[in-house]
Design a protein around this ligand. Structure first.
Ligand code: ADP
Ligand code: ADP
Length: 210
């Protein structure tokens, strides 16, 4: 199964992908995680994109497309993959169409108010990328990862100024992809809200992919 998870920042793409990758036995490819790992490891790419991620703007298409091209050429992607956070522009979607034929695009639908609440409470384990929420999905011990015990962090771009900018970027550059994929007949909407826990959202996702 070759699929894309689409939706605004905070829609729950990463949370559902963490469950779906085990269920479908395919890799979860988050372009945000790939960039953050490069930043952490201080690679050339990491140095190029650090300030862009902190501001909440998009990394240039050429850099992002090349990174994805290399990742999905790896052998573990032969049977499929979940792309989370890519494509985010029409140019990226066109480039992806030249690389692979997608089976489905899952569009996670959520209100703007709920997105702000989710992003401002999001916490992350810096080494594993595991995602928490202070209210909706708290760790067992406050501020610590459940498995490694590491201190959880708040991403720079989950601070208020960057959140609002990211929502504008989403509306301008990424939202047009909804119609792009709807017209291709492969878009599947999953309606979500904070009253639906991640397991319920995953059940809805599985059902729509059947
Ligand atoms: P979220 O999960 O909140 O939507 P991500 O972790 O997917 O955020 O992305 C974090 C940041 O990484 C983005 O704000 C952007 O700077 C960069 N990024 C991730 N994916 C892409 C992409 N497909 N194109 C351009 N920039 C990207
Ligand atoms: P995305 O990858 O789309 O940016 P995440 O999966 O990182 O979104 O989720 C954003 C925040 O919302 C995280 O703090 C996560 O714990 C929380 N979250 C995810 N799914 C739900 C849900 N169904 N209900 C409430 N909070 C959720």
């Amino acid at each position: 199964m070759k699929m894309v998870f689409l939706g605004p920042p905070g829609a729950g793409k990463g949370t559902v992908a963490a469950k779906a990758k085990d269920y479908y036995s395919i890799p979860h490819i988050s372009t945000g995680d790939l960039f953050r790992n490069n930043i952490k490891n201080e690679t050339e790419l990491g140095k190029q994109v650090k300030a862009i991620l902190a501001s909440g703007s998009l990394v240039p298409d050429s850099i992002t497309i090349e990174m994805v091209r290399q990742r999905i050429a790896e052998p573990d992607c032969e049977k499929g993959f979940i792309l989370d956070g890519f494509p985010r522009t029409i140019a990226q979607a066109d480039a992806l169409a030249d690389m692979v034929e997608l089976d489905a695009v899952v569009n996670f639908v959520i209100s703007n108010e709920e997105v702000v609440e989710r992003l401002s409470g999001r916490r992350m384990c810096p080494s594993t990328g595991r995602i928490y929420h202070v209210k909706f999905n708290p760790p067992k011990v406050e501020g610590k990862d459940d498995e490694t015990g590491e201190d959880l962090i708040q991403r720079d771009d989950d601070k208020p100024e960057a959140i609002l900018h990211r929502l504008d970027v989403y509306a301008e550059q990424t939202e047009p992809l909804i119609n792009y994929y709807r017209e291709k007949g492969i878009l599947k909407d999953v309606l979500t809200s904070n009253s639906m826990n991640p397991d319920k959202v995953f059940e809805a996702t599985k059902a729509i992919l059947k």
